[in-house]
Structures are given as structure tokens and as C-alpha cells.
Design a protein around this ligand. Structure first.
Ligand SMILES: NC(=O)c1ccc[n+]([C@@H]2O[C@H](COP(=O)([O-])OP(=O)(O)OC[C@H]3O[C@@H](n4cnc5c(N)ncnc54)[C@H](OP(=O)(O)O)[C@@H]3O)[C@@H](O)[C@H]2O)c1
Length: 277
């Protein structure tokens, strides 16, 4: 599977999996756990979660799914902005570790910008790293001006990723944030890569699928994975959907198909503020 290089030099497969809304309903639990395990069996390592997801329920599900095979996973979790202060971020991370049943996270992100100064969050992240509770840290939902401020804050240059909304229909970052991140060798983690499944039902992608035989899912994920520094983290609670995702990631699109999707889903003409879901 294609890999993306993090600023530390470590590589991770460009396809990871998301966990928003997982772990919330007992009747889906077995399928959701099967999905996470199937992902690991298939070489997907990066599992994205957050203390916010089901108020810890997603982290608990992930913990159960990876029990006994922690070393196969690259675990990403996120701290609520209101927990991101000097003291609270340490406590929030420890709660996440407990729910996940591990002693360290591979990557810990500030979920979005809140009222806590970046310096405080960075102090906490730096301490967590020094004590081995996290291996890397990064951010999510920061636009270019926020990234500049993060980078200018003490320790901020050790930023492993910016996790943002990015898919065929949300290409605003290509005008400013993405070039900025590339200049700083910071990969993007693309969340909602299929726009919570809404992209799959657009007439444009259905027509593309009819004309090319490439499914809407394959087109949407393949377009993201065609870029060298983009990690995509689709989410599913259904093993049959995960199999489609895995197949899509294993069959890169041709340059012609990528160019056609670029044409069908043009980037905005003028810069727009970073979009969030
Ligand atoms: N940092 C942030 O602020 C932020 C914000 C949003 C998301 N995220 C992260 O990014 C992850 C992914 O984003 P997302 O969950 O918003 O949306 P997404 O991955 O774009 O879409 C998820 C939806 O697509 C469906 N789906 C998945 N595979 C499918 C397939 N093969 N065929 C048909 N439908 C399929 C899923 O339903 P089924 O379960 O029925 O398959 C689910 O409803 C999240 O889970 C989370 O980890 C981060």
C-alpha cells in the first residue's frame, strides 16, 4: 500500500481509518470491531479517533479491537480544545490512553482551535512526548494563519500533520493551506474523504462511474490517494464497505482519470476560509 512520510521520517500507509460515530450502538459493535481488525489484517495501520467521539466510546471500541495487537496500529487521538491547557491536556491524554488500553499514542492532535493559547497546548504536548505518552503531535482544523501562529510558538515546528476536511468537493485548501503545508513538509490528513458518503451519490460521480467503470468510492478515494502527501481516513462500520475501501486503495487511478476528476470537481477560484464538518 502507498505510504506517506511524516516529518519525523517515519512512514505510514496513506490509507487509515476513521472512527467517528463508532462504538455508540451495541448492535453494531461486532461489525465495527471486525472492521478495525480487518483493516489491521489488510495492512492499514493508522486508526483515527478522538475523546470527542461518543465521549470516549470510540476510543473504548478501538481499545477492544486492537487488544493484543497494539504494535500493529498507529493510533491517533485528539484532545478537545477546552481540554488543551497545560494541565488538562495531560489528564485528557491519560484518560484516552486508559480507554484505548495502551500506554502511548502514536499521534495526538489538537482537535480544533479554542480559547487556550497554543503555547500552553504545546507545553503539554511537549511534556507528553518527553514522558513517552505520545510519540508525535499535530493539529486539526487549523487554517494557514493559525498554522503560522502554531509554527511560531515554542515547539510548534514539530507538527506531524494537520487533519482537515478535504475531498473532491472541498478543495479550498489547495489555494493556500496545502501549499503552505507542503512548503513545511507537513502531510495533510484528509477527513470525511467521501463527505460522509454524500459524494458517492452526486450525479457527477455517478456519471463518471458509468463512463469509466470506476465506482464513486474508488474515484473519491483514489483521487485523494493519488497525491503523495495526503493520508485519507474514511470511516465505516461495515466489513463489506471496508473491503470496497481496501480495494480502492489497492488500485491507483490513472493520471488521465485523476485529471478528469480535477476537471469535474474544480477547486474554488478564490481562497475561502478552511471548511469544517
Ligand atoms: N478532525 C476533525 O474535525 C474530523 C471531522 C470529521 C471526521 N474526522 C475523522 O475522519 C473520519 C472520516 O470522516 P467521516 O466519518 O466524517 O466521513 P467519511 O469517511 O467521509 O464517510 C463516512 C460514511 O461513509 C459511509 N461509507 C464508508 N464506506 C462506504 C462504502 N464503501 N460504500 C458506501 N458508504 C460507505 C459510512 O457508512 P457505513 O458505516 O454504513 O459504511 C459513513 O456513513 C472520521 O470517522 C473521523 O475519524 C475528523
Amino acid at each position: 500500500m502507498k505510504t506517506v512520510c511524516l516529518p519525523s521520517g517515519e512512514t505510514v500507509p496513506a490509507l487509515g481509518i476513521g472512527t467517528w460515530y463508532l462504538g455508540e450502538f451495541a448492535k453494531h459493535r461486532a461489525d465495527e470491531i471486525a472492521c478495525i481488525r480487518l483493516a489491521l489484517d489488510s495492512g492499514v495501520r493508522l486508526i483515527d479517533t478522538a475523546e470527542m467521539y461518543g465521549e470516549g466510546a470510540a476510543e473504548k471500541l478501538v481499545g477492544e479491537a486492537i487488544a493484543g495487537r497494539r504494535e500493529e496500529a498507529f493510533l491517533v487521538s485528539k484532545v478537545y480544545p477546552y481540554n488543551a491547557s497545560r494541565q488538562d491536556a495531560i489528564a485528557a491524554c491519560e484518560r484516552s490512553l486508559k480507554r484505548l488500553g495502551t500506554d502511548h499514542l502514536d499521534l495526538y492532535l489538537l482537535h480544533w482551535r479554542g480559547g487556550v493559547p497554543f503555547e500552553e497546548t504545546l507545553e503539554a504536548f511537549t511534556r507528553l512526548k518527553a514522558t513517552g505518552k505520545i510519540r508525535h503531535f499535530g493539529v486539526s482544523n487549523l487554517d494557514t494563519d493559525d498554522m503560522e501562529e502554531w509554527y511560531a510558538s515554542a515547539g510548534g515546528q514539530a507538527c506531524a500533520t494537520n487533519q482537515v476536511l478535504y475531498n473532491l468537493g472541498r478543495r479550498g485548501i489547495e489555494l493556500n493551506l496545502l501549499p503552505w503545508l507542503r512548503q513545511h513538509k507537513t502531510p495533510v490528513m484528509a477527513y470525511s474523504p467521501i463527505e460522509q458518503a454524500r459524494l458517492l451519490h452526486t450525479q457527477t460521480l455517478r456519471d463518471f462511474a458509468r463512463d469509466t467503470g470506476i465506482s464513486p468510492l474508488h474515484a473519491a478515494l483514489g483521487w485523494l490517494l493519488a497525491q503523495d502527501d495526503v493520508i485519507a481516513i474514511p470511516r465505516t462500520g461495515r466489513p463489506e464497505h471496508l473491503r470496497e475501501i481496501l480495494q480502492a486503495a489497492q488500485s491507483p487511478l490513472s493520471a488521465e482519470h485523476v485529471a478528469e476528476l480535477d476537471r469535474l470537481f474544480p477547486r474554488p477560484k478564490r481562497p475561502i476560509p478552511l471548511e469544517m464538518l
